[in-house]
Design a protein around this ligand. Structure first.
Ligand code: F6P
Length: 380
């Protein structure tokens, strides 16, 4: 928290707020609507007007695409009853990064243009004094670029992947892990009934947090994460040993970004203007295990089910805390920061620092040691 004198200095740099905007960017995550509610109520209570920008910054960049001009006025009425709802009432997008916006040329090739100044000007035109940017690493990098170009902005860390380094947790992660754990629980009975190997592919991009946490809680026999390249023969040996011990089924939790030793991760497609789409590793592993062990193997891809539905109590509370803290930060004259969970408090971290490093699973962490002590294989 800032001292009175630094706060006064900041307030002098940041004139009075009359109108703020909320932007939700990147893949959706359970808890987005709870943040929107806390931000809106906190702002209205301070006498500020609040608008939501449609689909990331598209409502500012392409207002003509929206019948309402791309901005949704937010009132107490519009945020009533949304805390428990998945998705985002503002819409979101993970295409067309405004820092490298793809523009198709006559010859079919693409040119990438920086449209961030258009957002800053667009906000000024709409009399928006500050923006609350809710997003993952990509959206927060955009937020930092907008801050450096003069926009007053506060970031809120969202992603089911939990891969932001400066916060103990991002909202959305707990809901995704809870869902994935329940899926592992359900798969146990059918795997056992059919004496099968079940391979369960989970999201998480280049970090193995979801597979690690759900895998331990859901008692998987092996967990494969991007941080530890796997050897398929070692996983096969684990499943064979289980059969020899009379346990005739195995459950393998695999992160979508997992890769074999000396190999590469499984990419579905690379579309212009968005990050590569991962997927397919679960299928590959199931086929290889069936071939090596002779045991019938199936795969399940949990996919977007991990992002849908109602946020858990933990995620709702975290989202509401983040939203309220973002408004307090603005009121204190802060800008260019992200609110971050640092139990028991929520602190402020410069956006530049918050986006400088990806948080991956630390191999000597207590959680990893727990998994090893439980006899879970990582295929290494
Ligand atoms: O970053 C969140 C996430 O769900 C990742 O876990 C996943 O790789 C990606 O988004 C999927 O994105 P999309 O919904 O665009 O396919």
């Amino acid at each position: 928290m800032s001292s009175d004198s630094t706060r006064k200095r900041r307030n002098a740099r940041n004139p009075r707020i009359r109108r703020i905007a909320i932007s939700t960017g990147g893949g959706d995550a359970p808890g987005l609507n709870a943040v929107i509610r806390a931000v809106t109520i906190g702002a209205l209570r301070r006498g500020w007007e609040v608008v939501g920008i449609r689909e990331g910054y598209n409502g500012i960049l392409m207002p003509e695409d929206y019948p309402d001009g791309g901005l949704i006025p937010l009132s107490l009425e519009s945020v009533r009853g949304i805390t428990h709802l998945g998705g985002t009432i503002l819409g979101t997008t993970n295409k067309g990064d405004p820092l490298e916006f793809p523009v198709r040329q006559k010859d079919g090739s693409y040119k990438f243009v920086d449209r961030s100044m258009e957002i800053v000007r667009g906000c000024k035109k709409q009399k928006i004094d500050a923006v609350i940017a809710i997003g993952g690493d990509g959206s927060l990098m955009i937020a930092n670029a907008l801050y450096e170009k003069g926009l007053r902005i506060i970031g809120v860390p969202k992603t089911i992947d939990n891969d932001l380094s400066e916060t103990v947790a991002t909202f959305g992660f707990d809901t995704a892990v809870s869902f994935a754990t329940e899926c592992l629980d359900r798969l146990h009975s059918t795997a056992e009934a059919h004496r099968r190997i079940m391979v369960v592919e989970m999201m998480g991009r280049y970090a193995g947090w979801i597979a690690l946490h759900a895998g331990i809680a859901g008692t998987a026999d092996a967990i494969l994460i991007p941080e530890i390249p796997y050897d398929i023969d070692i996983i096969a040996r684990k499943t064979i040993e289980r059969v020899e011990q009379g346990k005739r089924f195995s459950i393998i939790a695999v992160a979508e970004g997992a890769k074999p030793k000396g190999g590469t991760r499984s990419v579905v497609e690379k579309e212009i203007g968005r990050s590569e789409r991962l997927g397919g590793v679960g299928e590959t592993i199931a086929k290889q295990l069936q071939k090596i062990t002779g045991q019938e193997s199936r795969y399940v891809v949990l996919g977007h089910l991990q992002r849908g539905g109602t946020p858990t109590t933990f995620d709702r509370l975290l989202s509401l805390r983040f939203g309220a803290a973002a408004i307090r930060a603005l009121a204190e004259g802060e800008s260019g920061i992200m609110v971050a969970l640092d139990p028991p408090t929520v602190r402020y971290v410069p956006l530049k620092k918050a986006t400088s490093r990806m948080k991956v699973v630390s191999l000597d962490s207590d959680t990893m040691l727990t998994a090893r002590d439980l006899g879970i294989s990582f295929g290494d």
